[in-house]
Design a protein around this ligand. Structure first.
Ligand SMILES: C=CC1=C(C)c2cc3[nH]c(cc4nc(cc5[nH]c(cc1n2)c(C)c5CCC(=O)O)C(CCC(=O)O)=C4C)c(C)c3C=C
Ligand code: FE2
Ligand code: FE2
Length: 369
């Protein structure tokens, strides 16, 4: 048995390819309880997602969570499911397809992209294999998580390096671990909020709602909380807002532990009771719309706010495959891939043609002298 994976089709004239692996969390195959059980079983068994001792967590996960949550989550997924499947998946597919077109133009075709999900399909294994099959020897990983968290970015790093460590021929490897203060990302978010205000008028309040993480992981050194606050502050500055005109909250609590506060749902209930009118909610931590934005914010939390006496909750869509988003991703990738030689490398054929040309030129010049 071979210990490491490899291929025996080495070609001496092959130009080392540049591959960009775009990743995200992943999503179930269909909005049904069995599909949710498979998806949540893989997701929630990740020791970076749930940091509870394994034997105890195995009992809770299999004895309680996977018996109750799949059916409830399946109902929520059914509300946002489309002809193209899960919104998270098709938005990511669109981003990758359009970004690949842009990058191929910029790098004169010498780049190839793949989408891989941390849980579910398309898997990171299959995405990495497809890049390897296309001759990728230099790999840049870009997880669509602007703010670093151990449970998302850290988990993706762990999984990818685990897969690569089984390869015989390792690619050169780089990974974007966050872009929460990237100028293009901040500008794209500010533009999308301005556009929303232009179309719908400006609400009484602007909330930035980020996915939460357990508070103890923040206290143990996760930079996620600081990254979220910095993104929100930079976007608010771009919009020229004063401190009392914007608010940061955290959504999507899971389990019994305390999570980052203030909680989005509690804040909205409170605002509703205060009689706040129409409000705008942006979710900058989600570059692609998904269950957490389309259902939790735009449906569940909107209902919560309105039923407690608030006005309308207007959700500002994620950047998805907007031109601003694609442009900022293109710039981000270009900067992170800088200095990798094959971007400027001349292929052997081209080098031969260039050599003949300059030889001919030298001869002609020589003849004239
Ligand atoms: C944006 C970054 C995310 C962080 C940080 C994050 C942490 C985190 N999430 C859970 C538990 C769940 N999250 C679920 C869905 C979900 N989470 C993110 C992103 C982050 N999660 C996304 C993009 C999605 C949507 C996926 C989709 O298919 O649309 C779910 C599943 C849905 C449900 O049953 O509610 C769970 C569970 C934990 C425990 C955690 C940090 C420790
Ligand atoms: Fe999550
Ligand atoms: Fe949620």
């Amino acid at each position: 048995m071979q210990r490491f994976e490899g291929r025996d089709d080495y070609r001496h004239d092959e130009v080392p390819g540049l591959g960009i692996l775009i990743t995200n969390l992943g999503t179930p195959d269909e909005p049904t309880a069995p599909a949710l059980r498979r998806y949540l079983g893989e997701f929630l068994w990740d020791r970076r997602v749930v940091e509870v001792p394994r034997p105890l967590w195995w009992l809770i996960l299999n004895g309680v969570v996977l018996r109750t949550r799949p059916a409830k989550s399946a109902e929520a997924y059914a509300r946002v499911w489309t002809d193209r499947g899960s919104p998270l998946l098709y938005h990511c597919e669109d981003i990758v397809e359009n970004l690949e077109k842009k990058l191929k133009q910029r790098f004169r075709g010498k780049v190839t992209l793949a989408l891989g999900m941390r849980y579910g399909k398309p898997s990171l294994e299959s995405a990495l294999e497809s890049l390897r099959d296309r001759g990728v020897r230099r790999l840049l990983v870009l997880p669509l998580y602007p703010q670093y968290a151990s449970s998302t970015t850290g988990s993706t790093f762990e999984k990818i390096t685990g897969i690569l460590s089984q390869w015989r021929w390792m690619p050169e490897f780089r990974m974007v671990t966050s872009y929460h203060d990237d100028v293009g990302y901040v500008q794209a978010l500010a533009n999308s909020i301005r556009e929303h205000w232009y179309r719908n008028g400006r609400g009484e309040r602007l909330m930035f709602s980020f996915h939460g993480i357990p508070r103890f992981t923040f206290l143990a050194g996760d930079p996620y909380h600081c990254h979220c606050h910095k993104t929100a502050r930079l976007v608010a500055e771009k919009l020229g807002l004063s401190d009392d005109e914007w608010h940061v909250c955290f959504q999507s609590r899971f389990g019994k532990a305390e999570w980052l506060k203030p909680y989005t749902d509690e804040t909205l209930e409170h605002w509703g009771r205060e009689g706040v009118g129409d409000i705008d909610v942006a979710c900058p931590g989600f570059p692609a719309d998904c269950l957490e934005t389309l259902d939790e914010i735009a449906y569940e939390n909107a209902e919560l706010f309105e039923s407690h006496g608030g006005g309308k909750l207007r959700y500002i869509p994620a950047l998805n495959s907007s031109e601003d988003h694609l442009h900022m991703l293109q710039e981000l990738v270009t900067r992170h891939a800088a200095g990798w030689p094959e971007l400027n490398r001349i292929s052997d054929d081209q080098a031969e043609a260039d050599a003949q040309k300059s030889l001919g030129l030298a001869r002609r010049l020589g003849a004239k002298q």
